[in-house]
Design a protein around this ligand. Structure first.
Ligand SMILES: Cc1cc2nc3c(=O)[nH]c(=O)nc-3n(C[C@H](O)[C@H](O)[C@H](O)COP(=O)(O)OP(=O)(O)OC[C@H]3O[C@@H](n4cnc5c(N)ncnc54)[C@H](O)[C@@H]3O)c2cc1C
Length: 437
């Protein structure tokens, strides 16, 4: 079958890979000149199967209200005259109950496990190298109260079958000795040894090359303009070259929409309404001056809600979220202060370890759903249109598995996990959804 995949981030490229595995003829379209040049470019680098709690939980409304409009808050909500933003916000509030949280966590754990297994298999098969470190993720706390809350969260995750260990200060320092310079600020931590880290951009770009070697066609620098529908099916994807301006309609048997935060706008004219809203995040990548003194275990700094991951001879510091539309700028006063605070915090934790004189700053838009659960499955409006979008804070973690699962669904097979796939993905309803598992 001929398949057109729209979007070449981690999600689109991994979908293309698994479709090629099944012998399909694949064309991938992206407006950029290579894969992973948007949200998958410089993220926190964590494969965090065991740290997958969604933002929506029973305590979130109180925290978000406290942070509302505070420029330096970890989650900043800037109200706009934008119905999509309000719809998302109201739906997010609806997920802020203990029951919804537990349900969402369980699905995210399921997808995370499936994805981790898919990633390991894919890496073993292809030998892709991407600064991978299988050293776990260590979440450390800078106050006793936060540590106690973190220990409760660890117990909740343990109930979902996740190996998240509670560590005292000495145990934290034993897991990551580089934190010694900040030891008096560490009150304890939680540790998930099976998690890992690696560079999503390098992985995705190398996987795209392997896809091309296996016969996939990549149409770079092409905007996806619209989907053409007739009789309940998609009959073409209208694209335009950014170089020549030339428009054409790509014909295929099936289409996959994997355009992250831009997917809802593409599907809206079909009458399909996806609740994905962009949550802007920041990262700083610094060259290491003293690599031997830098961390190798991927870190979560609870005090600032940031991730710190070692990528070869650099360190990546990433975090914060702004719900403020599609703005990607780095030069506003808020952006400048957010970027500066990432570097400042790294220097507090690891003084003199990195070169802070030339930080590489970046912003990306997490394609966020109120549950943090992505749309993976079949469109409700066109039977040959498939969705793989809305991976929020965990698209790198869930990348390989989301591609694998969608290719399985397209082949009429049920992926082996209890996950609520979107739409009528399998006519026989063989999916063990959370309601029936
Ligand atoms: C600061 C930050 C830190 C993060 N940290 C982590 C982490 O540690 N671990 C983790 O698992 N996840 C993390 N994430 C989330 C993760 O990066 C995303 O979920 C993931 O990259 C989404 O992948 P994607 O393929 O859906 O999107 P993208 O990579 O954005 O791919 C979508 C593609 O669609 C293309 N496109 C869009 N519209 C059009 C159009 N009209 N025409 C043509 N092409 C189009 C874009 O060019 C893009 O290449 C983080 C995100 C941010 C912002």
């Amino acid at each position: 079958m001929k398949v057109v995949v729209l979007g070449a981030g981690i999600i689109g490229v991994s979908t293309a890979w698994y479709l090629l595995e099944q012998g399909h003829e694949v064309t991938v379209v992206d407006r950029q000149e290579d894969a992973a040049l948007e949200t998958s470019f410089a993220n926190g680098a964590q494969i965090s199967v065991s740290f997958c709690e969604p933002w929506a939980n029973a305590g979130a409304p109180f925290k978000v209200a406290k942070w509302l409009l505070k420029d330096d808050s970890p989650l900043l909500f800037r109200p706009r005259l934008d119905p999509a933003q309000w719809r998302w916000g109201l739906s997010f509030l609806g997920q802020c109950t203990t029951a919804a949280f537990e349900r969402n966590v369980e699905e995210l754990v399921q997808l995370g496990r499936y994805s981790h297994a898919s990633l390991k298999e894919l890496v073993a098969q292809t030998g892709i190298e991407y600064e991978r470190l299988e050293r776990g993720i260590l979440h450390f706390f800078s106050s006793q109260a936060d540590f106690e809350a973190g220990a409760i969260a660890a117990e909740i995750m343990q109930r979902h079958g996740v190996d998240r260990r509670i560590l005292n200060r000495e145990e934290v320092l034993a897991v990551e000795p580089a934190l010694r310079s900040f030891q008096h600020g560490v009150f304890g931590g939680t540790f998930t040894p099976s998690d890992e880290s690696g560079d999503a951009r390098i992985f995705t770009q190398k996987l795209a090359k392997l896809c091309a070697e296996r016969g996939a066609t990549f149409l770079w620098e092409h905007d996806v303009l619209a989907l053409e529908q007739a009789g309940g099916s998609i009959v073409g994807a209208q694209v335009a070259s950014r170089l020549s301006g030339q428009k054409r309609s790509l014909k295929a048997d099936a289409y996959v929409a994997a355009m992250a935060s831009y997917t809802p706008a593409l599907l809206k004219p079909l009458g399909e309404h996806l609740n994905i809203y962009p949550a802007k995040g920041y990262s700083a990548t610094l060259k290491l001056k003293r690599p031997d003194d830098a961390s190798v275990v991927s870190l979560l700094d609870d005090g600032r809600k940031i991730a710190i991951s070692r990528l070869g001879d650099t360190i990546r510091i990433a975090g914060t979220a702004e719900l403020a539309g599609f703005d990607l700028s780095l030069d506003s006063a808020t952006s400048r202060s957010r970027c500066a605070s990432l570097v400042k915090r790294y220097e507090e934790l690891f003084p003199g370890v990195a070169d802070t004189s030339e930080p590489n700053f970046w912003t990306g838009l997490r394609p966020s759903t109120p549950t943090n659960i992505p749309y993976i499955g079949r469109s409700k409006k066109a039977k040959n249109l498939w969705l793989n979008a809305g991976h929020g804070t965990l698209g790198w973690t869930h990348g390989a598995g989301s591609g694998h699962a969608l290719a399985e669904l397209m082949a009429g097979r049920a992926p082996d996990m209890a996950f609520g796939f979107y739409g009528d993905a399998l006519p026989e309803k063989r999916i063990r959804s959370m309601a029936t598992a």
